[in-house]
Design a protein around this ligand. Sequence first.
Ligand code: MG
Length: 207
Amino acid sequence: MESKPSKIVCVGRNYAKHAKELGNDVPSEPLIFLKPPSALLPSGQPIVLPHGAGRVDFEGEIGLVIGARASAVPAASGWDHVGAIVAANDVTARDLQRSDSQWTRAKGFDTFCPVGTPVTVDKVDRARLAVVTRVNGEVRQEAPASDMVFDIPALIAYISAIMTLEEGDLVLTGTPEGIGPLSPGDVVEVAVAGVGGVTNPVTAADR
Ligand code: MG
């Protein structure tokens, strides 16, 4: 990311099989939360596992970079506000997500939002968007965007009815099934078809 977004809006449980793998129902409307921009991490830099945080998972996701301010946008024009697509990893401290009543801590640690290089949306085949996550070269998640419960235009409409999305803001659209824990020494790559990826080694925090 060339400049930091004012906010990172994330969508939870937006793939039915992923909701199920964690024992959750698919929500009746999008479930959203925020990650702080301080969590952003470029490709190549290490994801730091916080001391004492317990299990930390990868979540490969299709990221959207807002290209034009969006406030109360109808779904029919949702794509008009997406400037670029980017591979993203919604790194999550799973044990803390379960023990806390909201997700700020579990989702908000420094280094918990790796993102790749955005590709402008006009250079992307929107009909074939898909995300794949590899850990140490082995495929762990793979799903097309068409598996989303709420599609990208619906997400832009829903979020922009709550908060104005500014140019440069980032939207993470949810993760498909196959999430799993990261260990020190792992290398995790999230790739979006036609867009490229974000690859990060994993390290443990110093005490
Ligand atoms: Mg996620």
